[in-house]
Design a protein around this ligand. Structure first.
Ligand code: SF4
Ligand code: SF4
Length: 103
C-alpha cells in the first residue's frame, strides 16, 4: 500500500507530515515527499488531512482495488471521497464528519 503526492497540487502546508503516525512524509523545498512508501499501512490520515486533495491512495490488488486510486476534497464538514477506478470510471462518496462518531 502506498500513497502518491501530486507535487503540482501540493502547497507545502505540512499537515500530512504532522498526522502520519509513522512519520513517513517530510516536506522538502515546500513540497511533501513520501520517504518510506513500503512502510505505509494505508491509514489514509494524510489523504483526509490534505487541504488541496494532493494525495492519492492506491487501492491495489491486495485489497481488491486492481490499481484504482482514492483521493479526498473537503467542503466544510463534508468529505468527498473520489474513487478513480482502473477502468476510468469515477465514484464519489460523501461523508459528513459530524456523523463520524455515531456508529
Ligand atoms: S496513509 Fe497513513 S501511514 Fe501512509 S503515509 Fe499517509 S498517514 Fe502515513
Ligand atoms: S497536506 Fe497536502 S498540501 Fe499540505 S504538504 Fe501534504 S500534500 Fe502538500
Amino acid at each position: 500500500m502506498s500513497i502518491r503526492i501530486n507535487r503540482e497540487k501540493c502547497i507545502g502546508c505540512g499537515r500530512c507530515a504532522e498526522v502520519c503516525p509513522g512519520t513517513l512524509i517530510e516536506v522538502e523545498k515546500k513540497k511533501a515527499v513520501m520517504q518510506y512508501p513500503r512502510d505505509c499501512w494505508g491509514c489514509v490520515s494524510c489523504v483526509k488531512e490534505c487541504p488541496v486533495g494532493a494525495i492519492e491512495f492506491f487501492l491495489g490488488a491486495d485489497i481488491g482495488g486492481n490499481g484504482s486510486s482514492m483521493s479526498v476534497t473537503t467542503e466544510g464538514e463534508i468529505l468527498h471521497w473520489r474513487i478513480q477506478k482502473y477502468n476510468g470510471e469515477e465514484k464519489v462518496i460523501d461523508v459528513d464528519r459530524r456523523n463520524a462518531n455515531q456508529y
